[in-house]
Design a protein around this ligand. Structure first.
Ligand code: ADP
Ligand code: MG
Length: 276
């Protein structure tokens, strides 16, 4: 498999056009060890093309979150991250300083987590938290950022957003908090959204509403999505491609139809057997 950029052989082709042909996320041979001993990821290959929704499915402890955090540059300092390639929109993420990562995170690439309370600030209003990336990355003034935040709250279907914009996270239900997280992650219209089990903590009806919302927004905004879950049923409707991860390795990868109609690996078969 070659990794060559598209040739810009013609004289007048701007370099930008060749960069846009690169996958939004390109991970080749990603390995992560903690404290030198435990190899948690063992040579993961994963790509997410423009506008694609790729699901990573695997059981608890298989390395899903670690691969997401490695991509976002959010692993603790004692993690050793190695890769043949780890790039975002054709730009290498490894090695990248904290300053460069901060410029990307919440701006060009964003992440949402299983439990919004781990990433929402409990002592900051939800409005202020959605405005934060706009002020930081877009240098927007307070009044304009508030209008954009309000529109975003409306878009993620928070009821009565004008009343809720000045509320604190604990004043909202889990489902609404997850919508706030999505608003915060997407407010700068990132090219890549990494969603790490964003519906796992929610009850089933809310789960499917949130899934539908993520799917709508990615189409609307042209955002590529890496969607992480332990639940194969969750991804059955929205995935373009599926990668099955087991014990730190991708054991099977294919289009949704390939995986659902003709699963090959014993672990994938076990995942199907576990479905209700
Ligand atoms: P999951 O697929 O459930 O998201 P994780 O990616 O969180 O799994 O974890 C994969 C493995 O890495 C687990 O064995 C976990 O204990 C280990 N691990 C995760 N984070 C750390 C850390 N900060 N330090 C040491 N080990 C970790
Ligand atoms: Mg996890």
């Amino acid at each position: 498999q070659t990794n060559e950029p598209e040739g810009g052989a013609t004289a007048d082709v701007a370099p930008k056009s060749s960069a846009s042909a690169a996958p939004v996320l390109d991970i080749q041979g990603l390995s992560v060890t903690f404290g030198g001993a435990l190899r948690v990821l063992d040579g993961i290959d994963l790509t997410v093309g423009a506008g694609e929704l790729v699901c990573v499915v695997g059981e608890s402890g298989s390395g899903k979150s670690v691969s997401a955090l490695a991509t976002m540059g959010l692993l603790p300092p004692h993690a050793r991250v190695e890769a043949e390639a780890l790039s975002f929109a054709g730009r290498p993420l490894l090695p990248l300083g904290e300053r460069d990562l901060e410029r990307l995170r919440g701006n060009e690439m964003a992440m949402i987590f299983q439990e919004p309370m781990t990433s929402l600030n409990p002592v900051m209003t939800i409005g202020a938290q959605i405005m934060e990336p706009l002020r930081q990355h877009r240098r927007m003034g307070a009044a304009e950022a508030r209008e954009v935040a309000l529109a975003m709250l409306e878009r993620v279907q928070i009821p009565a957003p004008r009343e809720r914009i000045d509320m604190y996270p604990h004043q909202l239900s889990g489902g609404l908090r997850q919508r706030v997280m999505i608003a915060m992650a997407l407010v700068c219209r990132p090219a890549l959204l990494i969603a790490d089990e964003p519906t796992t903590a929610l009850d089933v009806t809310i789960q499917s509403q949130i899934l539908r919302l993520i799917d709508e927004l990615r189409t609307e905004m042209g955002t590529s999505v890496l969607f992480i879950t332990h639940d194969l049923a969750v991804v059955s409707e929205i995935a373009d491609r599926i990668a099955v991860i087991y014990a730190g390795r991708i054991v099977e990868e294919g289009t949704r139809d390939q995986i659902f109609e003709d699963p090959q690996h014993p672990y994938t078969l076990a995942l199907f057997a576990a479905l209700p």
